[in-house]
Design a protein around this ligand. Structure first.
Ligand code: KG4
Ligand code: ZN
Length: 349
């Protein structure tokens, strides 16, 4: 009560925002001033999680608890500021692993309370969408965005910084999920996506893949057929004792999985008559996708604003970037803010 009601609500144009992200296995803290990144720290438990072939929620929570204080301190130090310079604390409240989220959320609340600055609740997915603002300070809606993460695959129309419309989305698995499942069947270590990309670099696109959803499905996607095809391909070859090239399979899968994203994103940009395309989410770190999207945008006369690879996978700078949008809109949270394990894509955008 006292915290929220006595906050100074003066909105600065170039505030210093501390972002905090602990939704999965990365403990991340970053500081931005306006749209400029001053620091961007990440401590990951991926090496430990790799021993289990995926993220164990309890281990993630414990690692966040151990790391969060030192990661925030490092972010503040590297930014060349003191805690007193922070104008707002932006923290991921969902979606993600509840225990993991609660570590960042509790830390963020305590920090905002102690500094007597606004606490800003950030939807992780909106953070991915806001990453593009950090590479191009001049970026302004309207534009079309390709969102491709571990849990979501969608093409969105950004009407304003605050308002997105979902033009199409996956009907089943997300693109990142498909990469992770294919990695598992190819016996590649966690995290799957980057390892499939590495293997694909040594292969050729020579194995015919099932056709992805065509035009009649608008901007929707489906990955379950592609994923099942790859799983069956591996099992059949193993049963027959036939040798096959895992690199060719990875490469052919990668092309099929990503070409459709490029095609539908550019189609959406043309249909919405926008001049700019952006992308976000872990899969947007994929080199093949980045190059293909750049080529397609160039050919269509579209400007592509692509966050750095580091800014596509989970990080706190993107959370601070979305925090800046909410800060400028005066959307502050009080200390009763709770974590949410899932937030439907359409509910908040
Ligand atoms: O956005 P993100 O870091 O976390 C979520 O919010 O889900 O995305 C993680 C997903 C994982 O499925 C991971 O395998 C995939 O992004 N990913 C990649 C690459 N890097 C991460 N997929 C393909 N190629 C990559 N280089
Ligand atoms: Zn993410």
């Amino acid at each position: 009560m006292a915290y929220f009601d006595t906050l100074d609500r003066t909105i600065k144009q170039e505030p210093v925002i501390l972002g905090l992200e602990t939704s999965c296995d990365e403990t991340a803290a970053a500081v931005i001033r306006g749209r400029t990144i001053l620091s961007d720290e990440i401590a990951s438990s991926a090496d430990i999680q790799a021993q289990y072939g995926g993220v164990v929620p309890e281990i993630a929570s414990r690692m966040h608890t151990d790391a969060v204080d030192s990661v925030v301190k490092a972010a503040v130090k590297k930014a060349g500021i003191t805690l007193g310079d922070i104008d707002a604390v932006a923290v991921t409240y969902g979606a993600g692993l509840l225990g993991a989220l609660l570590v960042g959320l509790s830390f963020g609340k305590a920090l905002a309370y102690a500094l007597h600055v606004p606490l800003i609740a950030v939807n992780h997915i909106r953070g991915h969408l806001a990453a593009a603002y950090l590479v191009d300070p001049e970026l302004r809606p309207p534009f079309v965005t390709l969102l491709a993460s571990g849990g979501h695959t969608a093409v969105l129309y950004a009407e304003s910084e605050q308002k997105f419309h979902v033009l199409g989305a996956t009907l089943d698995d997300a693109a990142g999920e498909a990469f992770d499942k294919v990695a598992r069947v190819l016996s590649l270590p966690y995290p799957g996506g980057p390892n499939v990309e590495k293997l694909a670099a040594n292969g050729k696109n020579v194995i015919p893949m099932p056709e992805m959803l065509r035009g009649e499905h608008g901007f929707n996607f489906s990955y379950s057929g592609l994923k099942t095809f790859v799983v069956n391909y591996c099992h059949t070859k193993a049963q027959k004792g036939e040798i096959y090239s895992k690199a060719d399979l990875a490469c052919s899968f990668q092309c099929a999985a990503l070409d459709v994203l490029v095609k539908k994103t550019v189609q959406a940009a043309k249909e919405k008559k926008v001049k700019t395309v952006t992308a976000g989410g872990g899969v947007a770190a994929n080199g093949y996708l980045r190059a293909a999207l750049q080529r397609a945008c160039d050919a269509a006369g579209l400007r592509l604003v692509l966050p750095t690879r580091r800014c596509c996978t989970d990080n706190a700078a993107m959370i601070a970037s979305e925090g800046l949008i909410q800060y400028r809109a005066g959307n502050f949270s009080d200390l009763s803010l709770n974590a949410k394990a899932s937030i439907p894509l359409k509910a908040e955008l």
